[in-house]
Design a protein around this ligand. Structure first.
Ligand code: KG4
Ligand code: ZN
Length: 338
């Protein structure tokens, strides 16, 4: 039995969890700062790190208390080393080192994106199956990742410009519907009609994505309608953006499934919470009945520490420990990524 205490503070969630064998969540506390950043229309790094400092001790104390175990029972401290906002990451890294020092526990530095992928351990009642194809989509990343084996990552394709979550957030800003854009657009698009047409993103790389042109097309569409004196139906713009972005991304994912024959496809990251993505991907994957599809419950798509505990468990099993010299790395690449 392996008990991991995990910390996550890469962006605007201060989180701590206690996870048993990378699968069973004994406690998971997520303190979101979203209400504060909404006031500014996006995450303000300086404000984010300050709130992490204010909250981290309470979040850790609460996670240990609710887990029903004591620090004696913890085998290792896993924490997000990167990627993310430097000031935010520092807080989690320092807290992890302090705990490791005080309680004589090994440190396990974790790449945030591997955490998103391993969150799928909470969605299925067996281990992940390999080879595995992960569609990793968050506020900072849009990647297709191939895992031939456990803890073996190869980035097949990535965005050439904006991450998809970033595009959601920017489109919402243009529409004046606030931050974070993903959940708002997801909801707005449900009460909409197919009214506008946007061009499908074009990108050379077979498994690469591009979302910046689409974002610009949304701004141009709004400007055109305004110039023509026509009212902008926000829901319909949200729908057109979402359908175009998701269909392009899912098209690439299904292409990779057809080419590479994974045993399993998983989604990961904040955008994986999207309700329309879940439906479209499930429909698309029907042509590959032998390939298992896992889409984690929404609370494990957006940032949390339990996922760092899941990934931390695998890293712990591989003996991937850090020293007290380990530093936050805002541009950290996934293991194996160039
Ligand atoms: O993984 P995450 O919580 O943080 C990062 O690691 O970046 O992802 C945050 C992103 C934001 O851009 C947010 O707008 C997007 O995930 N998001 C969504 C949904 N919920 C969150 N995007 C589309 N649909 C959603 N329901
Ligand atoms: Zn994330």
């Amino acid at each position: 039995m392996t008990m991991i205490l995990a910390l996550e503070s890469s962006c605007d969630e201060t989180a701590c969890a206690v996870v048993k064998d990378g699968k069973e969540i004994l406690s998971s506390i997520v303190s979101s700062q979203i209400n504060v950043h909404t006031l500014y229309g996006g995450v303000v790094p300086e404000v984010a790190s300050r709130i992490h400092v204010e909250n981290i001790s309470t979040v850790v104390t609460e996670a240990v208390k609710r887990s029903g175990v004591t620090m004696n029972d913890i085998d290792a401290i896993a924490f997000t080393q990167g990627p993310g906002l430097i000031g935010s990451l520092h807080v989690g890294v320092q807290a992890a080192k302090t705990l490791a020092w005080e309680f004589h526990k090994p440190l396990v530095p974790i790449d945030h994106m591997t955490g998103h992928i391993y969150a799928n351990r909470f969605a299925i009642d067996h281990d992940l199956k390999f080879p595995l194809l992960a569609l990793v989509i968050s506020g900072g990343h849009s990647q297709l990742v191939w895992m031939a084996n456990d803890w073996d990552f190869k980035v097949l394709g990535t965005t050439r410009d904006d991450a998809i979550g970033e595009a959601y957030d920017k489109v919402s800003r243009v529409l004046g519907t606030g931050y974070p854009g993903g959940p708002v657009i997801d909801k707005m698009a449900k009460s909409s009609k197919e009214n506008y047409h946007l061009p499908t993103p074009k990108v050379d790389g077979k498994y690469d994505f591009s979302f910046s042109g689409l974002k610009t097309a949304v701004s141009q569409l709004i400007a055109r309608e305004e110039k023509a004196g026509r009212p902008i139906i926000k829901e319909d713009v949200a729908y057109a953006f979402q359908e175009t972005a998701l269909k392009s991304m899912i098209g690439k994912t299904l292409q990779a499934v057809q080419d590479l024959h994974p045993a399993m496809v998983v989604t990961a990251g904040g955008v994986a919470a999207n309700s329309r993505l879940r439906v479209l991907l499930e429909e698309g994957m029907k042509q590959f009945p032998k390939v298992e599809l896992s889409q984690p419950p929404i609370k494990f798509c957006t940032d949390n520490a339990a996922m760092i505990g899941a990934s931390g468990y695998i890293a712990y099993k591989h003996g991937l420990f850090g020293t007290f010299d380990v530093a936050a790395d805002p541009g950290l690449m996934m293991p194996g990524e160039e």
